[in-house]
Design a protein around this ligand. Structure first.
Ligand code: NAP
Length: 290
């Protein structure tokens, strides 16, 4: 079997077009575009690139840009004060503190200050609690992007054996909870898992999020499985995933490439979350005015 490729760029483009259309409708209705406040602290090269990509995508979707770049030596109190100002600003629908923040700042504490209704990264304790409970809330971008890709290719999740490799707060845990919410049977693997290939090869849907180049090969994959590779690793030949694409593609039914798979979905979902947050604030405003 040779797997069909899941085209993340195409799916992400469709999401972005849909968001842009809904943003235009919101502007017509309210006279105000959704706004995203990105906060970048310091000059970490990867973070600088990620934030620039997010701001560009926002502008293309008609979302207003409220960016703030702070110096590396800014104090925890000053970043906290900025977040509080953004929380109170009606022009700002969503707030994104780019992680990691420089040493000396506590990124988790700062993220926790973001108002849950503006938490477009879905990483505050309240958003995490809502995800665990299965109540409405903003979900983390990359994990929700994984589910959107599976849906775009009509991959059945109810009752499916799914295995997630990785248990981080950013990817592994939330993607596992989202799969569980879709009634999949979920197994989570990590660095202490015994016999990774035996566990992974049970999966109808295998999600790799370990951050180890080509950790998973053909021996980890059941013939006909769907393989989603979240990993982005820099190797000599450029970006590679956590999956050995060439051998796994011979065994799987569907597979995401790296790049061009999950990556583009993360930004598309950020735009969608910003629109969702603006919608929530619009309905909250309408309720308080009633
Ligand atoms: P992370 O915080 O480093 O977590 C990695 C997880 O993988 C940990 O839970 C770790 O287990 C597990 N792991 C490590 N070695 C393993 C092994 N040999 N066998 C099984 N599990 C193992 O990484 P992350 O933030 O979740 O990111 C994971 C990957 O996704 C990275 O390559 C990252 O660049 C990529 N990523 C991509 C996007 C995107 O937009 N495409 C977004 C976010 C992240 P322990 O918990 O036991 O240490």
């Amino acid at each position: 079997m040779t797997a069909a490729i899941i085209d993340g760029r195409a799916v992400a483009e469709r999401v972005r077009e849909q968001v842009a259309g809904e943003v235009a409708q919101l502007v017509e209705r309210t006279g105000r575009p959704p706004g995203l406040a990105t906060i970048l602290v310091g000059d970490d090269p990867a973070s600088v690139v990620y934030v620039a990509m997010k701001r560009k995508a926002c502008a293309e979707a008609g979302i207003a840009d409220h960016h703030q770049h702070l110096p590396t030596d800014v104090s925890q109190a000053d970043v906290a004060a900025l977040i509080e100002r953004r929380n109170a600003d009606p022009e700002v629908s969503g707030i994104l503190l780019q992680l990691p923040v420089p040493a000396g700042l506590n990124g988790q504490d700062l993220t926790g200050l973001i108002a849950p209704g503006k938490d477009v990264d879905g990483l505050t304790p309240i958003s995490v609690g809502r995800l665990v409970r299965g109540t409405p809330g903003l979900r983390p971008c990359t994990p929700v992007g994984v589910i959107a890709l599976l849906d775009a290719y009509d991959v059945p999740l109810e009752g499916a054996e799914t295995v997630v490799v990785g248990r981080s707060d950013l990817v592994g845990k939330p993607v596992s909870l989202l799969l569980l919410a879709r009634h999949a049977t979920v197994t989570i693997c990590h660095s202490r898992t015994r016999d990774l290939s035996a566990v992974c090869s049970r999966a109808d849907v295998l999600v790799a999020a370990a951050g180890i180049p080509r950790l998973l090969g053909a021996e980890h994959v059941k013939p006909g499985a769907v393989v989603i590779d979240v990993g982005v690793n820099r190797a000599e030949q450029g970006l590679v995933g956590d999956v050995d694409f060439a051998t796994v593609a011979e065994r799987a039914r569907l597979i995401t490439p790296v790049p061009g798979g999950v990556g583009p979905m993360t930004i598309a979902m950020l735009l969608r979350n910003t629109l969702l947050a603006a919608g929530l604030q619009e309905s909250a405003g309408a309720q308080s005015a009633a």
